[in-house]
Design a protein around this ligand. Structure first.
Ligand SMILES: Nc1nc2c(c(=O)[nH]1)N[C@H]1C(S)=C(S)[C@@H](COP(=O)(O)OP(=O)(O)OC[C@H]3O[C@@H](n4cnc5c(N)ncnc54)[C@H](O)[C@@H]3O)O[C@H]1N2
Ligand code: MOO
Length: 391
């Protein structure tokens, strides 16, 4: 059995970034840029008025004749003398011969004339060409994650397509004869299937929205066929059927499909029987079926692989340090992942911790790592935890 850090190292060795693709900017939210973006135009691309008012040539003259109007979207040019002004509005192109805009609150209007109450500095209220960014300058480096402000900013250059790292296509297979879909009265011996929707939500909330869901009963041939179909994806997640029971067919079905085993079983609890492997184009995680085991293996391992595949440079687990409030035991000689709540760095651990239970996961906001070699942790001792269930 390998350790948690050995498992993570093997995942880093075998996961690789997916190819880059052209994407419509509107569809690229959450993707990572595969290219540096240079400004195709300066912003602003023409001199713009920042106020509703009057554009003029700054001098000593305070009584100006208004010779025309320039509203947003107009491109009219004006010959402006020193005793003249043009009525102008916010966002409108400032005529070449004007160098200053005075806001309308600072003038008195008399018929076709204005009288400047307080002479502004030259260039006041004129947004200069390239004030935000000059054509040819770097807008964003490669590796940037696209968010809503970036989508807005890039669109202001007229950009509609970007080169991004592909997002992984994911297939999620749940196995088990006992599994019943929620929404109808429970049959004797069955349980409501909950891993699929849990893992699908975990994926979608992190921007992995290409998820195909398949279900299969505990039957070797059916499992083989379903896995063969799932191997069309970039990442295959399988829940259940990976332990040693007579009806656990996942390992055999993966092998029959030519998926190479990279590791099986980690010295941890929950999540010991995690299986990780690789075929030509697909990474495969066979997650233990117990719900807390499945989620733990997803959060610690599968998510790291997904981040690497999608070009996220920040793929390492972002553990934080907290202080235990109570004495905590580790009787197993394994790395434990246990649930608690963290407030101001203080960690309260829940009493119910089992691979079959989601109760503490549902209540907690911290997944605490207890090292395998630690038998007892005293109150006040520092431990690592991953923040979970936080927006
Ligand atoms: N003799 C041994 N038995 C077991 C071992 C072992 O080492 N020797 N390991 C145990 C550990 S640890 C785990 S974890 C489980 C993993 O079992 P499987 O991955 O084969 O999962 P299943 O047997 O299919 O299911 C386990 C458990 O989880 C429930 N389950 C399964 N799928 C779902 C689902 N989609 N939604 C909700 N609940 C699900 C299932 O009903 C079982 O109760 O093996 C131990 N056994
Ligand atoms: O290792 Mo299993 O996931 O505890 O129950």
């Amino acid at each position: 059995m390998i350790s948690v850090s050995e498992a993570l190292d093997l995942i880093k060795t075998h996961a690789s970034q997916l190819p880059s693709v052209k994407s419509l900017l509107r569809d690229s939210y959450g993707c990572y840029l595969a290219e540096e973006i240079l400004a195709p135009i300066s912003l602003p691309s023409f001199r713009q008025s920042a106020m509703d008012g009057y554009a003029f040539r700054k001098g000593e003259i305070v009584e100006l004749e208004v010779i025309g109007e320039c509203k947003a979207g107009d491109a009219t040019e004006f010959e402006i003398q020193e005793n003249q002004a043009v009525r102008i509005f916010t966002g409108a192109r400032v005529p070449d011969q004007a160098d200053t805009v005075i806001m309308q609150e600072h003038v008195e209007v008399n018929g076709g004339k204005i009288s400047i109450q307080k002479m502004p500095e030259k260039s006041t209220n004129v947004r200069e060409v390239g004030e935000q960014i000059q054509a040819g300058d770097q807008v964003l480096p490669a590796g940037t994650r696209i968010n809503e402000s970036i989508i807005g900013f890039l669109t202001s250059f007229g950009i509609t397509e970007v080169l991004v790292i592909s997002k992984p296509k994911i297939t999620l297979i749940v196995t088990g004869n006992e599994l019943q879909e929620a929404g109808s009265p429970l049959r004797p011996g069955s349980i409501y299937e909950s891993n699929a929707i849990m893992l699908e939500s975990a994926l979608k909330s992190r921007g992995f929205d290409s998820v195909q869901l398949l279900k299969v009963v505990d039957d070797l041939e059916a499992t083989k066929r379903t896995i063969a179909y799932g191997l069309e994806s970039d990442l295959l997640l399988i829940s259940g059927g990976i332990s040693v029971g007579d009806y656990d067919f996942v390992k055999e079905a993966l092998q029959a499909n030519g998926v190479q085993e990279i590791f099986y079983k980690i010295n941890q609890k929950p999540g010991k029987p995690l299986w990780f492997g690789k075929s030509d184009k697909t990474l495969v995680f066979a997650l233990p079926g117990n719900p807390a085991s499945s989620l733990t293996c997803f959060l610690i391992y599968a998510l790291s692989a997904l981040k690497i595949m999608s070009g996220n440079p920040d793929y390492d687990l972002n553990f934080q340090t907290g202080v235990l409030k109570h004495r905590t035991f580790n009787k197993f000689g394994k790395t434990l992942f246990i649930l608690g709540t963290e407030k101001n760095g203080q960690l309260e651990i829940y009493p119910k911790q089992a691979s079959s239970m989601l109760i503490s996961y549902a209540l907690g906001n911290a997944l605490v790592l207890v090292p395998a070699e630690k038998e007892i942790l005293e109150p006040g001792e520092s431990v690592l935890f991953l923040p979970i269930n936080r927006s």
